[in-house]
Write a protein that binds this ligand. Structure first.
Ligand code: ZN
Length: 466
């Protein structure tokens, strides 16, 4: 379940990469001039037209083309972009290599799905399965304009290799979890933690694209001592600690009986929430649990589509936001969603929040967009992601406005409404990560999509036999 491969396998993967087919930065500053720029820095700012200047892998200036031209100096190459430029979306909770299990175990609730379908198959994963599962997922994410994903999975070297190959960006939190057939005597998680600590040492910060954190699956699947040790390993490195919390109504019954309190309360008292914490799902929280999150600045990865598909519940999104809790959207794995399209999460988050509150004004479009962009970066502790602002990573997408979804366009506010309520991922035309263009005119240039589909199809058929 952890990395155990040699450099030979890694070299073979690098050979499989396509020669970079996008437009790599040529050095110097590039000014992208678009019909509109939506910086997503908070508030409903729209620049029509707008411009974004990029130097190296970062944004240097954002403004109207006139402002930037009149105050610029030096040699700037200007690139015209049709449509609206937005920051790349940030997917805060994902198990992307589960492309290998898409469409399996349908119609089961979470715990039966995990125990009867998913975990028995994941126990047979090889690193190259994970590499191809992640490669296919990265292509899917990039095509949807999702430039960063926060991944909780096994075989982290294979995930990292796939991300570097695809030219996307990741916050990678390898997971402590005992799959069927693994040793569970004593402090069984210690061996995983040693390997993940080594992985952090080797690959954190690689290519400017890979941030390494730590994950423990959940309080119902990892003992409290394992959660404490994993959180401590993360905190010691200033790294993100990622786990599932309160995804279903009944998952914590045994934990609460053993420890005499809710999962958030017991974890907070044990020091698990002392560092940077990202709690996925967080549906079944009491008001006291929400107080605990607020007091410890625990961030939430909200996954409305996975939660709906598995009938897990509807998270108290507006309550979390009202308490100032950092929230970002996540797709969860493509075996429980079943795609990686954050545009769908954005709309569903708003729809479910309105139903839950019986309020047609709950979660306005600007807030929904924020959850996929600035808010998602903030949830990961990464203010340089999900915004177009000086100092942010030059992760961007161009969205075609030449579509019925954007008619009529009477004012700037309506552009935000249309992005959330009538547009979709099909309108994403071009994508850049760290200033490198990876999607050109709807084509992902960094992944051999035909090979990735074939590899995942073949490997999924093998895994389905378990
Ligand atoms: Zn998950």
């Amino acid at each position: 379940m952890v990395n155990d491969e040699g450099s030979e396998m890694q070299a073979a993967r690098l050979d499989a990469r396509l020669p970079f087919g996008g437009a790599a930065p040529r050095g110097g500053t590039v000014r992208y001039v678009a019909d509109a720029v939506v910086p997503c820095t908070g508030g409903a700012v729209v620049l029509r037209p707008g411009a974004v200047e990029v130097s190296g892998d970062s944004v240097t200036r954002v403004g109207t083309p006139g402002d930037l031209r009149s105050s610029s100096d030096g040699d700037i190459r200007e690139v015209r972009v049709d449509g609206a430029l937005l920051p790349g979306f940030v997917n805060t909770h994902c198990h992307s290599p589960m492309t290998l299990f898409r469409g399996t175990g349908e119609n089961l609730p979470l715990l039966r799905w995990l125990h009867e379908v998913l975990w028995p198959r994941e126990a047979h994963l090889e690193p190259d399965d994970v590499y191809w599962g992640m490669t296919l997922a990265a292509a899917e994410l990039l095509a949807f304009g999702v430039t960063t994903s926060c991944e909780m999975y096994f075989h982290p070297d294979a995930v990292a290799d796939a991300v570097v190959g695809a030219g996307s960006r990741v916050v990678l939190t390898p997971a402590v979890l005992a799959l069927p057939g693994t040793e569970t005597a004593g402090d069984w998680w210690t061996a995983s933690l040693e390997q993940y600590a080594d992985f952090h040492t080797r690959r954190h910060g690689e290519a400017g694209r890979i941030e390494v954190g730590f994950a423990a699956h959940a309080a119902y699947s990892v003992p409290l001592a394992g959660l404490v040790d994993t959180a401590a390993a993360a905190e010691a490195r200033g790294a993100l600690f990622h786990l599932h919390v309160a995804e279903t109504a009944t998952e914590a019954e045994a934990f609460e009986a053993e420890h005499g309190g809710s999962v958030p309360r017991v974890l907070a008292e044990a020091g698990v929430f002392d560092g940077r914490v990202l709690a996925a799902h967080s549906i079944w929280l009491s008001p006291e649990d929400i107080d605990t999150y607020a007091a410890h600045d625990v961030a939430v990865a909200h996954c409305p589509q996975s939660n709906a598909k598995l009938a897990s519940g509807i998270a108290p999104l507006t309550d979390l936001l009202a308490r100032g809790i950092r929230v970002g959207l996540g797709t969860d794995g493509p075996a429980s969603n079943n795609d990686l399209d954050l545009w769908e999460e954005m709309r569903l988050a708003a729809l479910l929040a309105r139903l839950r509150q019986s309020d047609a004004g709950a979660l306005p479009a600007g807030v929904a967009l924020d959850l996929a962009t600035r808010g998602a970066g903030a949830a990961l502790g990464r203010p340089d992601l999900g915004v177009l602002a000086p100092g942010a990573k030059a992760d961007m997408m161009a969205v075609s406005l030449d579509d019925p979804a954007f008619v009529p366009l009477l004012d700037d506010a309506m552009l935000i409404e249309h992005l959330v309520w009538s547009a979709s991922s099909r309108l994403v035309t071009d994508v850049w990560v760290g200033g490198e263009q990876v999607v050109v005119d709807r084509e992902v240039r960094t992944v051999d999509l035909a090979r990735a589909r074939a590899e995942v199809g073949r490997r999924a058929a093998r895994l389905a036999s378990y």
